[in-house]
Design a protein around this ligand. Structure first.
Ligand SMILES: [Zn+2]
Length: 245
């Protein structure tokens, strides 16, 4: 009812009904269409009730709506008084005023009620939106913990130093310590690593779908890890001997 388009529609209707009433009022009485079943007074009452209602729906304040409609009725009666076949009738004017009053007051009441409810709903909606926004600000959606496999993949393959730091320096297969001194350089300056030098071993081999997660990563002697790779069913690992000393 409050939208611009609705108001335009109501005003067009108001004008149309006003024209129809003026047309009906100013025609010579013999020319009125058909034999009207309703009495003249009742017609006045109904016509001006509708007119008053439409004036309020067209967003005139109720005193204005009432004033305009009654003035309109008065003008028509005066015109009838000046014209030929019809005349000014106080009873018609009274019916106009009564109809207008009823239409205006009833409709104004309904419009006020509807407006109040709509405003109430808007207020509640705004409050709700504000509350939701505040809640979102207070507790933003928790960042989802990254999948540990993905996180490990992103970190990349751990170095033996990292694994040794986390798990200690012992080989997980034979249970004895690893030696990072077990290495040497050959004549060409290339480094050679010995059997007891530490390396990273995977519980489930990476080739078989093993991940870089801590749970899958172990420190081992190069010798022990190689022995396990060569024979995965091996369960006993002897302590290897240092290659370089
Ligand atoms: Zn070992």
């Amino acid at each position: 009812m409050t939208t611009f388009r609705a108001v335009v529609v109501w005003r067009v209707l108001l004008a149309a009904v006003a024209v129809a009433i003026a047309w009906g009022s100013l025609l010579p009485s013999e020319d009125l269409p058909g034999n009207l079943l309703l009495s003249d007074t009742l017609l006045h009452l109904l016509g001006y009730l509708v007119l008053g209602a439409l004036a309020v729906l067209s967003r005139f304040s109720w005193p204005w709506a009432l004033g305009i409609v009654i003035t309109f009725g008065l003008a028509l009666e005066v015109a009838q008084g000046m014209g030929g076949s019809r005349m000014f009738q106080w009873s018609d004017l009274a019916a106009d005023a009564l109809g207008a009053l009823a239409g205006v007051l009833l409709t104004a009441r309904i419009v006020r009620e509807v407006d109040a409810r709509r405003a109430d709903r808007d207020r509640q909606q705004k409050r709700q939106t504000r509350r939701e926004r505040r809640d979102r600000q207070r507790n933003p959606a928790p960042k989802r913990a990254m999948n540990p496999v993905k996180a490990a993949a992103r970190r990349g393959a751990p170095t033996w130093q990292q694994v040794a730091q986390r798990q200690g320096g012992k080989c997980w297969l034979c249970g004895t310590r690893t030696y990072e001194q077990d290495r040497a350089r050959d004549a060409a300056g290339r480094e050679a690593l010995g059997a007891t030098f530490p390396c990273v071993d995977f519980v489930v081999a990476v080739e078989s779908g093993g991940t870089y997660e801590d749970a899958n990563v172990r420190l081992a002697h190069r010798h022990c890890a190689a022995a396990r790779r060569a024979n995965p069913s091996l369960t006993q690992f002897g302590r290897p001997r240092r290659t370089y000393s």
